[in-house]
Write a protein that binds this ligand. Structure first.
Ligand SMILES: [Zn+2]
Length: 69
């Protein structure tokens, strides 16, 4: 385990995303009153299982496009 940072859980299947950079996508960002907030992640393959708003989906697709280059 060389990766640092918070564990990312897929919002679709509730499993840990082992490689967020390759198989994960940031679908939303939740603000926190007591900290900087955190991202909501899902496996790319499980995006259709996640109930999110259209705005969040647009964000996801935008980020996804950047990651695919
Ligand atoms: Zn998943």
């Amino acid at each position: 385990m060389s990766e640092t940072g918070p564990v990312r859980i897929c919002r679709g299947c509730q499993e840990v995303i082992d490689s967020p950079a390759t198989e994960g996508v940031l679908i939303a960002f939740e603000m926190s009153n007591s900290g900087p907030g955190w991202g909501i992640w899902a496996h790319k393959d499980h995006l259709d299982q996640v109930q999110i708003s259209e705005t969040a989906l647009e964000l996801a697709l935008r980020l996804w496009g950047h990651q695919s280059r």
